[in-house]
Write a protein that binds this ligand. Structure first.
Ligand SMILES: [Zn+2]
Length: 153
């Protein structure tokens, strides 16, 4: 199978999965999962090491690390917003107390205008079609594959 045919087959398979559930569930269970993997890979160094943005612990991107959301609630509007998702270790991601440290990280990385804009995006209503969700999922998986292929062991 050539690359175009393989891509088409992957898209069809994903679309069939997406059709079996409502769009919010597909977004949360499938698209967000691909996204969180990509967030960790984008943040990784050339050897795959990632730093938790709230406690500073370092680990391999696929071990003990998660893509953690600053604005909570798993809203469609901010679930895959690059500004809203950063790597955290499992412990910090489960501990709501680390949100204070997350806020300090965000304040150091972004301007107040950018943070206000994230607030507005988070609080807005966003609707995606199943086709759009599948395209997002495919794009996240493709970029993740490309980054993984570049990692040095
Ligand atoms: Zn941590």
């Amino acid at each position: 199978m050539n690359e175009a045919a393989a891509r088409k087959a992957a898209r069809t398979k994903m679309m069939n999965t997406a059709k079996t559930m409502n769009k919010t569930k597909y977004m949360r269970d499938y698209v967000a999962k691909s996204w969180q993997e990509l967030v960790r890979l984008r943040a990784a160094d050339e050897f795959g090491w990632v730093t938790c943005v709230t406690c500073g612990v370092r680990s391999q991107w696929n071990n003990y690390m998660q893509g953690s959301h600053y604005k909570q609630g798993r809203r469609m509007s901010s679930l895959v917003d690059p500004m809203n998702c950063h790597p955290c270790c499992n412990t910090c991601n489960k501990n709501s107390g680390s949100l204070d440290k997350f806020a300090i990280f965000m304040a150091g990385k972004y301007t107040q205008e950018e943070l206000d804009a994230l607030d507005r995006r988070h609080n807005s209503t966003v609707e995606y079609s199943r086709e759009e969700l599948v395209e997002m999922n495919l794009a996240f998986k493709k970029e993740a594959r490309e980054i993984k292929a570049r990692l040095k062991s």
